[in-house]
Design a protein around this ligand. Structure first.
Ligand SMILES: C[S@@+](CC[C@H](N)C(=O)[O-])C[C@H]1O[C@@H](n2cnc3c(N)ncnc32)[C@H](O)[C@@H]1O
Length: 251
């Protein structure tokens, strides 16, 4: 593990205090337009207690608990999880600090979910398989495992190029780009920030992408079968032009 900024706890991985402190800013992924459709779908799928892998600061778990669903969470970063009790209603979410590839919590769940691209934070195929196996181990027969994840932007890579920019903003001094290794399926998201005084910061975060079909095989290894694959939380059809998927496997 590396420390993102001085003073961060390396055990918190890529989401230490310096990241957690700014994670719950207004709008964007924290706005009602982003959160409500997710909570609506999860509430509809829940048929008993649910478990969020990589629960973070409770962005989704806390409003879902507010709907009357019993929600538990597993989270690697103490700095992220520490924000949950501070949210109104956050005390209702029981969090276990640990790695979602191996950490077990008591109970049997109707739904395990892993949203906001976080399967890609596990950077090996073996590790991602263990996430599927660990999800299945927490599910009762007929229980559901849901993943939300973006698709890699491989169709924007001409031969010989491995970089896809996603933000170039000279006015604010920010450049963001993904760099892919299509042989290993590893990629990095790169963030270059330059301050007006000329000092800068370069943050390079590692990920691994898996195509949906590979995830279906991971699910089968773990004793689950694909039940739904949508292009988004609106349950729209997943097609060749989709940029993300919401997939649900049944144990
Ligand atoms: C993008 S945030 C998503 C948090 C939350 N699910 C949400 O939707 O806001 C990713 C989270 O995954 C956590 N995480 C990354 N790898 C993990 C692992 N192997 N086990 C448990 N948590 C992990 C990070 O610490 C971080 O809190």
């Amino acid at each position: 593990m590396i420390a993102v900024s001085a003073g961060d706890d390396p055990a918190d991985g890529w989401f230490p205090e310096s990241v957690a402190a700014g994670y719950d800013g207004p709008g964007g992924a924290n706005g009602a337009e982003a959160v409500t459709p997710v909570v609506d779908v999860l509430e509809g799928l829940a048929d008993g207690p649910v478990l969020e892998f990589a629960v973070g600061t409770g962005r989704i778990a806390v409003p879902l608990a507010g709907r009357g669903v019993s929600v538990s969470g597993i989270e690697l970063s103490r700095a992220m999880a520490a924000r949950i009790p501070g949210r109104p209603g956050g005390d209702a979410v029981a969090v276990t600090i640990g790695d979602m590839t191996s950490t077990r919590v008591d109970g049997e769940f109707s739904l395990v979910y892993l949203v906001y691209n976080t399967i890609s934070n596990v950077t090996t195929q073996d590790g991602q398989v263990e996430v599927f196996r660990n999800a299945a181990a927490h599910l009762r027969p007929g229980g559901l495992f849901l993943i939300e994840v973006g698709l890699p932007d491989l169709r924007r890579l001409p031969p010989g190029q491995d970089v896809v920019p996603f933000a170039i903003s000279p006015d604010s001094g920010y450049v963001g780009f993904d760099q892919y290794d299509v042989a290993t399926q590893e990629f990095t998201s790169n963030h270059v920030t330059v301050s007006p005084d000329g000092t800068g910061r370069f943050l390079r975060v590692p990920f691994r992408y898996a195509w949906p079909a590979e995830m279906d095989l991971m699910a089968r290894i773990a004793g689950m079968r694909l039940k739904h694959r949508w292009a988004d939380w609106d349950r729209s059809e997943f097609t060749a032009t989709s940029t993300k998927h919401v997939s649900i496997w049944e144990k």
